[in-house]
Design a protein around this ligand. Structure first.
Ligand SMILES: *Cc1c(COP(=O)(O)O)cnc(C)c1O
Length: 360
């Protein structure tokens, strides 16, 4: 089976994991966590970076730290991973689903504007499949209506918008290091921010609410959302190799685009405002019949694929939330993720493209 995603590791990760074990740094206590936060924060370009146990925990902590809760609404794209809505529910707020742009598949500012109410407190642009959202109009709406901008950069490590790395554009940014992400620690996450007040609350909440200058004194109900040093040791190595990983992701994406772009197959648009990190190659077929034929042919050829996310407003926990997102619905019916591992060799990509062309 050719997998959808596959991590790559080298001596940069291996030597640090062995070192962490030899020093007995297996829990969150030890120096690799701090080093991972330092190198990742510097790479993204924010003042603060906090490693967390998962990307979901990073999103959850960010909402908690910003004081989002009961009675508040948070606008999230309809086309994204379910955690984006779940974390809003965790804090007792309501996710409101906005539609995405038909070309970039990312949050459509016009749809965000339509969903605004007096209760809207935050907006969550998701840099889907590695493609940076158009942030300027979202930021403008946020400024006008005093909204928190929480960037979900879980799929877009290293992507840029107008020369700046995603995760440094909003009030707070969140990353995931799950096994299939661009950089991985198996499980893990990171919060990036320039806001000192948010940073202080994130620090407190992540460590069980334990006060910084009074050990074992817990001033609030917190969470144990920390990363371990074994994971952080892998993470430091991944950051060291990030440019090489991104270069390979681009090579894979460009090969598929060159081979397959026709009237029947189009790819996620990559407008001039930034550079995609090309997490997942994501063709959309002209008809649902073509989508089905390609999906079946690839399954028969032992090639793993994944349909685009179900529209969140159709998932059982959020069904009946009343949102109409026709673009997301159309993309879900005709969009497919193809194997996008950075170590995918040229010959295999060409074979996958042949299967797709024959099915079409
Ligand atoms: C992977 C992902 C998450 C969640 O990250 P985990 O580390 O799996 O908890 C959140 N949002 C998006 C868009 C993701 O792709």
């Amino acid at each position: 089976m050719i997998p959808l995603a596959e991590p790559t590791f080298g001596d940069a990760e291996r030597s640090r994991v062995v070192d962490a074990l030899e020093r007995g740094w297996i829990s969150p206590k030890g120096e690799y966590v701090t080093e991972f936060e330092d190198v990742f924060g510097a790479w993204i370009g924010t003042e603060h970076a906090f490693a967390t146990s998962t990307g979901t925990a990073a999103l959850h902590l960010s909402l908690l730290a910003a004081g989002i809760g009961e009675g508040d609404e948070v606008i999230v794209p309809d086309l994204t991973w379910i955690a984006c809505a779940n974390v809003v529910s965790y804090v007792g707020a309501t996710p409101v689903f906005a539609d995405v742009d038909p070309d970039t598949y990312t949050l459509d500012p016009a749809s965000v504007r339509e969903r605004l109410t007096e209760d809207t407190k935050a907006v969550m642009p998701v840099h889907l499949y590695g493609q940076p959202c158009e942030m300027t109009p979202i930021q403008r709406l946020a400024d006008k209506h005093d909204l928190l901008v929480l960037e979900d950069a879980a799929e877009a490590h290293g992507a840029t918008y107008r020369g700046r790395r995603v995760g440094s554009l909003g009030d707070v940014g969140c990353f995931s290091f799950y096994g299939n992400k661009i950089l991985t620690t198996g499980q893990g996450g990171m919060i990036t921010t320039d806001d000192d007040e948010l940073a202080e609350r994130i620090r407190l909440l992540r460590r069980d609410g334990m006060s910084r200058d009074r050990k074992y004194y817990h001033s609030v109900i917190g969470y144990n959302y920390r990363l371990t040093n074994i994971q952080a040791a892998i993470g430091v190595g991944q950051v060291e190799r990030a440019d090489a990983i991104l270069e390979n992701k681009r090579r894979v994406a460009e090969t598929y685009r060159r081979e397959l772009t026709t009237q029947d197959v189009r790819f996620q648009a990559t407008p001039g405002w930034g550079e995609s990190a090309h997490w997942m190659v994501a063709p959309v077929f002209r008809t649902t019949g073509q989508f089905e034929r390609v999906r079946n042919a690839l399954a028969d050829a032992d090639v793993e694929t994944r349909p685009f996310f179900y529209p969140l407003h159709e998932q059982p926990p959020y069904a009946g939330s009343g949102s109409d997102c026709p673009v997301t619905e159309r993309l879900h019916e005709r969009g497919l993720n193809l194997p996008s591992a950075p170590n995918l060799n040229h010959q295999i990509i060409m074979e996958i493209c042949d299967v797709i062309r024959n099915a079409l």
